[in-house]
Write a new protein. Structure first.
Ligand code: NAI
Length: 455
């Protein structure tokens, strides 16, 4: 009888298994595809290695504005993919080794929940073996949404249409790439393929890109990419995909554009079916497992963390949710404070965001004050970004006492946002922030500047 069985070996699953194993519980982690899940194998990490190669290529090919010229610069997509695979291999090996050092047993194969044993333990079949555990953590993650648009299924079968999984293994640069869905995955991949020479068109249903991102920032990001040659078709509804083309309707007009490849990135949905969840009576609403603040489901002894509970669908939120769930299993008080979960879009320039946006403040009726500064207030930003037009927007409560949101477009935004998240999370008083010493010159100094600009 195990103390804990973890179903799914992505960030939510492996972190929970590590923490529980470290705390002395007997743990088995079941993974049907690859330890590390989507994040390590076909998401966060692979996309970042590709995007870094694109950045190196852009610096080399377009360094004139920094006084550097180079000839014959070329990007070898196969070498980029090989390096990505090496990074992934190393990280997956690292996770496996940490699991081992935490005394977690990993079972590779499909896990199927069979129901409960007489004493209430959860029974899970893996291959020929049936495991029994006092507790179950469901961390089965999410999968790409595939809409019932004519031609999409056939396109996926033929390789003309790709999801995040296949595109990260594409060892060729398509002449034209149509990205369906201008959210996080769509924009990061649009960024990569634009840098390496594809003609990229982003087709987005909404009137703006980047989902819930601050609208001023998303407009500026779009402007940056339009300058680099990405075409944006907003308010556009895809009506069909055929070999070599994508059709959509925008402003009441039908259009068909060429597409050597199509990336489908219209969102992801929790994986809740096909592994026996119903045998435990776990409550699933609108496709996601319903959990409380400690990751508990309605079924006794069953927790669900990460994408499968559909709350944030971010690896770092999954980590924290899993820590909290394991604390709960161990009888320790803990909770996730979602108000300060940062998010990043790893385009170039990057977007880093935390807390309230102006739009969310208006929706919730929160009175706020704001400071918006060009990133050029940072000397280092200016030194490193010729004609950079990034901004930092900081939102404060109405009294100007606390930071309630921060949105940055520019280099290092992905790192800067953590400092901002600490300010939001700890509710640090503005007068105390003003006393912090920031390294100079650094781009993160923009936060100090913004706080000083508040009257
Ligand atoms: P998303 O939800 O970020 O964006 C999907 C976009 O597709 C939305 O803007 C939506 O309006 C649009 N859309 C939906 N149906 C459409 C249609 N029929 N035609 C045109 N547009 C349509 O989803 P995405 O980009 O697939 O990412 C999935 C998940 O992965 C997200 O939850 C995201 O948080 C996570 N992720 C996070 C990353 C990061 O933190 N840097 C990187 C990549 C993914």
């Amino acid at each position: 009888m195990l103390d804990l069985l973890v179903l799914g070996g992505g960030p939510a699953g492996y972190l929970a298994a590590e923490r529980a194993g470290h705390a002395g519980l007997s743990v088995v982690l079941v993974e049907k595809r690859a330890v590390g899940g989507v994040c390590l194998n076909e998401g966060c990490i692979p996309s970042k290695t590709l995007l870094h190669s694109a950045k190196v290529f852009e610096y080399a090919a377009h360094g004139e504005k920094y006084g550097v010229t180079a000839e014959g610069v070329r990007l070898d997509p196969k070498a980029v993919i090989d390096r990505k695979n090496k990074v992934v291999r190393n990280l997956v090996a690292g996770v496996k080794s940490t699991l081992k050092s935490c005394h977690v047993t990993v079972r590779e194969g499909q896990g199927t929940i069979l129901g409960r044993a007489a004493g209430g333990a959860v029974r899970v079949q893996v291959g020929d073996e049936v495991l029994e555990a006092a507790r179950l953590l469901v961390a089965t993650g999410s999968e790409a949404v595939v809409p019932p648009i004519p031609g999409v299924k056939e396109g996926l079968a033929s390789g003309h249409v790709l999801t995040n999984r296949e595109i990260l293994d594409l060892a060729e640069i398509p002449g034209s790439l149509v990205v369906v869905g201008g959210g996080v995955i769509g924009l990061e991949m649009a960024s990569y393929f634009n840098s390496v020479g594809s003609k990229v068109t982003v087709v987005e249903m909404l009137d703006h890109i980047a989902g819930a991102t601050d609208l001023e920032i998303s407009a500026l990001l779009q402007k940056n990419y339009a300058r680099k040659g990405v075409e944006f078709r907003l308010g556009a509804k895809v009506t069909g995909v055929a070999p070599g083309t994508v059709s959509f309707e925008a402003d009441g007009k039908a259009e068909t554009i060429p597409a050597d490849r199509v990336l489908l990135s219209i969102g992801r949905r929790p994986v809740t079916a096909g592994f026996g969840l119903e045998t435990l009576g776990v409550l699933v609403e609108r496709g996601r497992i319903v959990t409380d603040a400690r990751g508990r489901t309605n079924a006794a002894g069953v927790w669900a963390t990460g994408d499968v509970n559909g709350q944030w669908m971010l690896a770092h939120a999954a980590y924290r949710e899993s820590e909290v769930a394991v604390s709960d299993m161990l009888g320790k008080k803990d909770r996730v404070r979602y108000a300060a979960v940062p998010s990043v879009i790893y385009t170039n320039p990057e977007v880093g965001a935390v807390g309230e946006t102006e739009e969310s403040c208006r929706e919730k009726g929160i009175a706020y004050r704001k400071v918006v500064l060009p990133m050029n207030f940072s000397g280092r930003y200016m030194a490193e970004n010729e004609r950079g037009d990034g901004i930092c927007k900081m939102l404060f409560d109405a009294a100007g006492q606390r930071v309630i949101g921060c949105h940055v477009l520019g280099s290092y935004a992905s790192e800067i946002v953590m400092t901002a998240a600490i300010l939001v999370e700890t509710e640090m008083r503005v007068q105390d922030i003003r006393e912090l010493v920031f390294p100079h010159p650094s781009v993160v100094e923009i936060l100090r500047e913004a706080v000083h600009q508040l009257d």
